[in-house]
Design a protein around this ligand. Structure first.
Ligand code: ADP
Ligand code: MG
Length: 462
């Protein structure tokens, strides 16, 4: 087959559009990307495990059939998880000139457009994101005129990227000529390095200092310790700010807490509005789940009691909640079972904490991981954000390990979940931390007493 993976995929997708409902294609297939075409197989990357499973079971057979029709030869479609976007920053960048243009995007490198799911209308506001949400709306209404920059921070999976892109969508909807730059901080870093090597710094500067109306940079904590890039970022920031262009930034922690970030950048990041996004509470989680189920126009509906059941049991992040819905529906459709609490229990067994007795009563009497972080942080004289940050100073490392330990012990959280709740650490780091605390407690009596006190406070106040 003299076909590239991209050509094959484009062709299959085109045909699939006439056979599948539009929202299905948009939700499940548009975000997928062809990776490789080898004998009889097309590898396609999808954003996460759930998307992989869903696509594999629901759409791969159809695509294979289309392949026979189109290419006259059988082609197995194999979905696989795409690497994390943060590891592929070059995918994270997009410049839109007009909205019609959005499809013939002015792409540079391997660029990726704004996510079509990340509009304001799909963002559920609650206590945990009220301020950030309101500020984002204000900024979208009058770019460059209210809060500049808007700095949104919070743990991973709580909606920072969604909110930031919602601003971009809203701006482009109102003014199709607005020039939007959306990129990950790592992309910025890479481009600075590239431009230095290829001596194209002048072009780089023009691109980001004058050809931009709204500048969105995701995950600026990656600028940590990158001096040359920070210098460039500083000047870019100044040029845009002076010209009254809107800047929106996100990070996993507050500007002050980003280690190795120049003071002058910290102060600029605080010029406008700094708004955090926290963990949604139960009602908020239910509302988000409902929105997700409705938004994806999934063929199956999910009864309210099932949504509540999921919201009660899954508290790590919104991304995780979303994953649960997909997994549940996948499970239901593969097993031809109705969506019920019982089914949810089976489908989500690995995500649901079994702490004996009535699940919802158990859930209510447990502290949240936030609460664990809060209590430990206070007792060790640091901030909860610090515990969730990537910083590895000793003042933070010890209480972070203790909080992980208590999260495991009191909440029975899984290693991966704990890692996620503590700034996206991998499970081996979590294991190491639990180990460390265990050992330290047998070695150091005072330390053990201190951990005990924190444990007792959590048992009493939750
Ligand atoms: P972050 O950038 O903070 O890691 P994302 O913006 O990528 O998180 O959000 C993770 C997922 O959760 C996305 O699919 C997003 O749509 C969803 N999400 C987060 N918060 C909300 C919310 N308040 N309403 C609807 N969806 C949300
Ligand atoms: Mg993000």
């Amino acid at each position: 087959m003299e076909l590239s993976a991209q050509q094959a995929w484009t062709s299959l997708l085109e045909a699939a559009r006439s056979e599948l409902p539009e929202p299905t294609v948009r939700t499940w297939l548009d975000p997928a990307e062809p990776v490789e075409l080898k004998e009889g197989q097309l590898l396609v990357g999808a954003p996460d495990q759930f998307a992989v499973e869903w696509n594999q079971s629901k759409h791969a057979p159809l695509l294979s059939r289309i392949a026979v029709e189109r290419f006259g030869t059988p082609l197995e479609i194999v979905f696989q998880v795409q690497e994390e976007r943060s590891q592929r920053p070059q995918m994270d960048f997009f410049v839109a000139t007009t909205s019609e243009d959005a499809s013939s995007k002015q792409r540079r490198h391997n660029t990726r457009p704004l996510n079509e799911r990340y509009h304001f209308r799909n963002f559920v506001v609650g206590k945990s994101n009220e301020l950030a949400g309101a500020a984002a709306h204000a900024v979208a209404e009058a770019p460059g005129k209210t809060y500049n920059p808007l700095f949104i921070y919070g743990q991973t999976g709580l909606g920072k990227t969604h909110l930031m892109q919602a601003v971009a969508h809203a701006v482009v909807e109102r003014d199709p000529n607005a020039r939007v730059v959306y990129m990950g901080a790592e992309q910025f870093i890479n481009e600075v390095i590239e431009s230095i090597h290829s001596r194209t710094m002048a072009e780089f500067r023009k691109r980001y200092r004058s050809d931009v109306d709204i500048f969105l940079v995701d995950d600026v904590h990656f600028l940590e310790g990158k001096e040359m890039t920070q210098e460039e970022f500083f000047h870019t920031f100044n040029a845009l700010h002076e010209a009254g262009k809107q800047i929106v930034l996100t990070s996993d922690r507050a500007p002050k807490e980003i280690p190795g970030l120049e003071r002058r950048l910290v102060s600029r990041f605080e010029w406008g509005m700094v708004a955090d996004i926290g963990q949604p509470d139960l009602e908020h989680r239910i509302a988000i789940l409902r929105k997700k189920a409705e938004q994806d126009h999934l063929e199956l509906t999910i009864p309210d009691d099932v949504l509540r059941f999921i919201a009660e049991h899954v508290r790590s992040s919104v991304r995780e909640l979303e994953g649960c819905i997909i997994k549940l529906l996948l499970f239901a459709s593969l097993k031809h079972r109705e969506v019920s609490i019982e089914l949810a229990r089976d489908a989500l067994a690995d995500k649901i904490r079994q702490i004996g007795g009535d699940a919802s009563a158990a859930a209510q009497s447990l502290p949240s991981v936030d609460r664990v972080q809060e209590v430990v942080a206070r007792r060790w004289g640091v901030t909860p954000e610090g515990l969730r940050s990537k910083a590895r100073t000793r003042t933070l490392t010890v209480p972070r390990q203790v909080a992980m330990f208590l999260a495991r012990e009191l909440l029975g959280m899984q290693l991966v979940e704990i890692g996620q709740a503590f700034g996206g650490r991998d499970h081996s780091t979590v294991i190491h931390s639990l180990d460390k605390v265990q050992k330290e407690m047998t070695r150091d009596r005072k330390f053990r007493d201190r951990v005990d006190l924190a444990r007792r406070e959590l048992a009493v106040t939750s």
